[in-house]
Design a protein around this ligand. Structure first.
Ligand SMILES: Nc1ncnc2c1ncn2[C@@H]1O[C@H](COP(=O)(O)OP(=O)(O)OP(=O)(O)O)[C@@H](O)[C@H]1O
Length: 249
């Protein structure tokens, strides 16, 4: 399978003298969903900021769709969509206008755009709000606009930070169903979340971060092994707890 995201020997952070991330190495292949998990302050958001190109690595290299940000900023940036934890929308624009803007930014052909936008508005129960200004939406509705915009862009890589916080149960179900669908279509998804049961159920692999380092990565068996649990025994949460509380043997 094609490698969509590659992070090699990444050391980074907010000040060169005090790195927050230490020698991170991981890859995401086409068609897989990977859960990025860790306690508050473990370094998940900082890792995501480096991948987005908002921060420069102190050392190491990040490639998206085969290129670094410096090699081809346009190719790098158009290869992913990012759904942040806190929705970022233009107050004076309607739901439909946000979707249209995303369609234009990612060069979605107009026929496809119309079909996709209607489908998404239906799926997320947002048809009645399509002409509403974003400043008049609830928190969860704003999150839905971010999610619909990302899905509309249909990029090879989705980076999703704590997507479930503001969503109602129907919204969570729609999002998970669609992530499974885009994954089947060959996209790679990096999802950060504290809801470990959902991460366990939906992700193919996990990256456990602790104090700016990768404490374990791989499938559930790999994470159990790193945590010192017996094969086939314990949930992701059990393994996670052992890894981050220093309980691994
Ligand atoms: N803007 C910033 N300037 C300096 N240090 C920061 C900044 N943002 C985060 N940090 C530090 O970087 C470390 C990693 O924080 P980060 O936000 O990446 O954690 P996180 O795993 O995303 O946590 P959470 O689950 O709480 O969102 C922490 O020690 C934090 O204090």
């Amino acid at each position: 399978m094609e490698t969509i995201l590659s992070v090699k020997q990444l050391t980074g952070g907010y000040s060169p003298r005090r790195p927050v991330l230490h020698d991170l190495n991981f890859e995401l292949k086409a068609g897989e969903m990977v859960g990025l998990i860790g306690l508050n302050g473990a370094g998940k958001s900082t890792t995501i900021k480096h991948i987005l190109g908002l921060m420069n690595p102190h050392q190491g290299q990040i490639k998206v769709a085969g290129v670094t940000l410096n090699e081809s900023p346009q190719q790098y940036r158009s290869a992913f969509a990012y759904v942040p934890e806190t929705p970022v929308l233009f107050d004076e624009m309607t739901v439909e206008e946000h979707l249209r803007l995303s369609g234009m930014a990612y060069n979605v052909p107009s026929g496809d755009y119309e079909e996709q936008a209607s489908k998404l508005l239906e799926q997320y129960q947002m048809v009645p709000k399509r002409k509403a200004f974003s400043s008049h939406l609830s928190k969860g509705m704003k999150q839905k606009v971010m999610i619909m915009s990302a899905l509309l862009a249909s990029p090879p890589l989705y980076i999703i930070d704590e997507p479930f916080l503001g969503l109602d149960p129907l919204g969570i179900r729609s999002l998970l169903d669609q992530l499974v669908e885009v994954k089947r279509g060959g996209a790679a998804i990096l999802m950060s979340s504290h809801i470990l049961s959902t991460v366990e159920a939906y992700c193919d692999r996990y990256i456990v971060m602790h104090q700016g380092r990768i404490a374990a990565q791989g499938d559930l068996e790999d994470v159990r092994r790193a945590a010192g649990l017996d094969a086939g025994s314990g949930t992701l949460e059990d393994a996670f707890y052992k890894l981050v509380s220093g309980g691994a043997s």
